[in-house]
Design a protein around this ligand. Structure first.
Ligand SMILES: [Zn+2]
Length: 223
């Protein structure tokens, strides 16, 4: 049986919309306002009567319910994810009883590689866009597992910019220990009240002790 053309076009449009759901990675250094962006974007969906599902890393939290909170005071309830969780299964099950229009993941650097693939399948197989927000590199300048996988397979990469003390774009971060000194070694994920500072690559190398001004003696220095 042939559909009238208008219906066929409508069906095609629906299918195309579904096929176009993407996996996004918004990455930044610390303090770049990522979480505020996430909450604003989720609010925009909900304001239009659509449902969103929020995830946050359970690494720092107790298993008594998660939430996403931003530095400017916005907050929303969120589901927690930890290593080993099957995010595709959780989202598919939720979508089954509550149609979900967008999935948001905060602290996406803590995703496992396999979980990033699960989120890719949420976009590809369920037709739900997935917006991940997280850090690109740790304080030693190495990619996190989740960030590496997202940089490799996300459809859209968006850099959330922040500025170094010198005014250049900050693409690195240093961790200050309890003594206020820059940590040069240690675990990738610190438990406790460490402070992070965003720096440009040049100043990051200096703070990390990887470059000293005297190394340039005898060469023409850049500004
Ligand atoms: Zn700088």
């Amino acid at each position: 049986m042939l559909f009238p053309l208008s219906i066929a076009v409508k069906e095609l449009g629906k299918r195309q919309r579904k096929a176009m759901a993407k996996l996004y990675f918004h990455y930044a250094t610390m303090n770049a306002g990522k979480t505020t962006m996430l909450l604003q974007a989720s609010y925009n969906y909900r304001e239009r009567g659509m449902n969103t599902m929020l995830f946050v890393a359970g690494h720092y939290r107790k298993h008594d319910g998660g939430y996403v909170s931003s530095r400017i005071g916005l907050e929303a309830d969120a589901e927690m994810f930890v290593s080993g969780d099957d995010l595709f299964a959780r989202i598919a099950e939720h979508h089954d009883h509550t149609t979900t229009h967008c999935v948001f993941v905060d602290e996406a650097q803590f995703l496992q590689e396999e979980q990033v693939w699960q989120l890719a399948r949420v976009a590809d197989r369920l037709g739900i866009p997935v917006m991940c927000y997280g850090l690109r590199t740790d304080f030693q300048g190495n990619l996190f597992e989740g960030s590496q996988a997202l940089l490799a397979i996300a459809d859209e990469l968006r850099e959330v910019r922040t500025i170094c003390r010198c005014g250049r774009k900050a693409n690195m971060v240093v961790r200050l220990g309890p003594d206020g000194k820059v940590a040069k070694q240690g675990e990738q994920v610190a438990i406790g009240k460490d402070v992070y500072v965003s720096l440009c690559r040049k100043h990051w190398e200096e703070e990390m002790g990887r470059w000293k001004p005297e190394d340039l003696v005898g060469f023409a220095a850049a500004e």
